[in-house]
Design a protein around this ligand. Sequence first.
Ligand SMILES: *[C@@H]1O[C@H](CO)[C@@H](O)[C@H](O)[C@H]1NC(C)=O
Ligand SMILES: *[C@@H]1O[C@H](CO)[C@@H](O)[C@H](O)[C@H]1NC(C)=O
Ligand SMILES: *[C@@H]1O[C@H](CO)[C@@H](O)[C@H](O)[C@H]1NC(C)=O
Ligand SMILES: *[C@@H]1O[C@H](CO)[C@@H](O)[C@H](O)[C@H]1NC(C)=O
Length: 760
Amino acid sequence: MKMKILQSLVWVGTLFLCVTLCFTLDTEKDNTNRDPTSNLGSAPEGRSTDKEERQADTNDYENSKSDHRTIDVTDVEDSQNLADIVEESQGSSGETTTEESHYSTENDKTLETLGDGDNTEESQSSSTGHIIIVEAESQSGVSGADVDSKWESKEEKFTEEGQAKPMPSPGEIQGRDLYEAAMTLLNETKQDSTQAYTLLQSAAELGHPLALQKVAWAHLLGNHLSPNVSRASEIFEKLAMAGHADAQMGLGFMFATGIGKNSSQAKALVHYTFGALGGSQLAQMALAYRYWSGISVASNCETALTYYRKVSHTVADEVSLNGNWVVQRVRLLDEVDNPGSTSALLDDDLIQYYQFLAKKGDVQAQVGLGQLHYQGGRGVEQDHQRALNYFMQAAEAGSANAMAFLGKMYLEGSSVVKQSNDTALKYFRRAAEQSNAVGQSGLGLMYLHGRGVPQDHKLALKYFTLAAEQGWVDGQLQLGNMYFSGLGVHRDYKMAIKYFNLASQSGHVLAFYNLAQMQASGTGMVRSCHTSVELFKNVAERGRWGERLMEAHSAYRTGRHTQALITYMLLAELGYEVAQSNAAFILDRHETQLFRQGGEGFSRALMYWGRAASQGYAVARVKLGDYHYYGYGTSVDYETAAAHYRLASEQQHNAQAMFNLGYMHEQGLGLKQDMHLAKRFYDMAAEANVDAQIPVALALAKLAFLFSFKYLEDFQWLQLQERSLEELLGPDWDIYLMAILSVFIAVLMLFRRPPPRLAI
Ligand SMILES: *[C@@H]1O[C@H](CO)[C@@H](O)[C@H](O)[C@H]1NC(C)=O
Ligand SMILES: *[C@@H]1O[C@H](CO)[C@@H](O)[C@H](O)[C@H]1NC(C)=O
Ligand SMILES: *[C@@H]1O[C@H](CO)[C@@H](O)[C@H](O)[C@H]1NC(C)=O
Ligand SMILES: *[C@@H]1O[C@H](CO)[C@@H](O)[C@H](O)[C@H]1NC(C)=O
């Protein structure tokens, strides 16, 4: 143990030296950017532009100053306490507190509403929703903006180093050209990834660092290239030495999970930390998640907040620029339990059916398909040309929705439609005349920014209010922004919060982001680090990297279980609860060759179930109970099992957990044997879930049988005094009984199974 600590310390020391060296080199280039405190003195651009605003609201400014200071403190602490962190990492455990689960349960509801994506409207987003809060940040001076610019400039430096050397050799130039060609290929909507990765490999052979990075990830995840963990490890080692943040992330992941390396949480933490400091967003997320849930570090909300905020800031920026996209969260467990129930992906048949309807002139099908192609997702490729065609057809038939979306397309502009304020205005007006909420919200935007019309905040407010009253998320978000910054209306944080909350209920990323910023700075509400982190986490998880969830899913569906598992493990490190559950699910079913020996699969599954459970996923909590009950990956421990079941039953009203508690009370396993309590839990289970009614009825029948038997036994009415039921039917009599009953259940379930639903 001592040796290990010593080793790690030496290790940390060397790396620390390296980085200090890098930093000192950097300092010579750019001094102002690094020192966090220097931001207080100098006036960054963002702040000085808003001078009047700031003076108008001194409260806000005071707020911000204190906030800024706290962030600086954590920032500084981060770099100073590395050694401490490493030491802490040896001791602390991965379990989270109940307090956290409480928060998670609250949030889980919103997560679920996000996840199922029933409401296609949810993912609409304006191109400008983010603007106000940027202003707010610069007012409150906290932000993202200052901190981020620091990171961004550093990131640029890293890439520049790779490219802007005084005399690039011919090989370097060729490598860069190949890399760029590959990226252009990857950028196109209809991706030709095979060809792109061939190019990337050539570029990598010439030593282009970014190409090497991509190749390494592809080898590690087995996506696009053949899985070769040792190759990935080699590349990451080399790049990490050269100071590439993303490679640090890769190494951190390998150490954290023990893929290709001997697992070491301390080393993982060091690599994550360097990755995060170097600007790798994945590393920042992984670190934020570790600090939030106290995995191998002492749980620290403020540090988690700092990192999540950085990542969220980038995500929010990208969303305001390029619009929203949908991150699909498919649970393998649900998919296997009730096939056809996931509405995340649309069936090909269903899409063809809609295409057929659209062709025949069904306006609703046209608008629906237009929306799907407009934003992509749910298994439909983003394709603005087709979206435009569908909207045009529907608009000609008089559909107000289609007109409004045409307005959006013209307002945003793309490779397909040329940006035009006048055309956008025309479509928005025509839609708004039919009281269409999308059109009203669009008109509001035109007036807010004075595009094609004179700027008029009062009118903008009017249109946003109309749209918001009809429940349109964009209208709600914009209205929240107006109230937040007092445009055309008296500033009112309570109203802003109200509308942000409404918009967040439909899953608008920017609404989450704005709420998180308000929570983090305590604007208009009591500051809450925990709530803020929950919200920022949600935003961060909607970044582009969320696409990997679908990559893992399709890998799983095509039978590449190991690749699916590794990808889910990566996302699990980033804190995605769905990925944790899915990784646990794959491990639980022993579907891969990875982690085969010595029941390692179960103990890892146990860990992932644990992490998912403390994020509020009830089924994972029940699984934890099951693992302790049966002794999978741990020793049999009825008390702990009962404790997990109790949590799942009390906090999430999980019927399965209640049923199990009933059974444990009935049998006196880990709990006091108590028939009355058993009956109560069975009854509760039946109440909590209709599906539980049949098993409960059977269990109750058994209980009643036992009751009456006990009664008979007590009064010795039968001549069974010396012969208990066990002797009569053998020691396993209750197993026979349960077997008979379960056959009965199976038959009943067959008849009760609801017909598969068609969902859109
Ligand atoms: C890929 O697209 C993004 C935006 O969609 C753009 O910023 C980037 O420059 C493009 N890269 C290449 C190589 O075309
Ligand atoms: C993996 O990469 C290494 C080189 O890093 C190579 O020697 C080895 O043959 C590769 N393995 C496979 C299966 O391609
Ligand atoms: C893991 O540790 C063992 C023994 O300490 C060593 O033999 C092995 O090479 C290590 N594996 C890796 C991938 O570092
Ligand atoms: C639309 O209006 C905005 C804001 O006034 C302006 O920046 C942009 O250039 C206009 N677009 C066109 C195509 O005129």
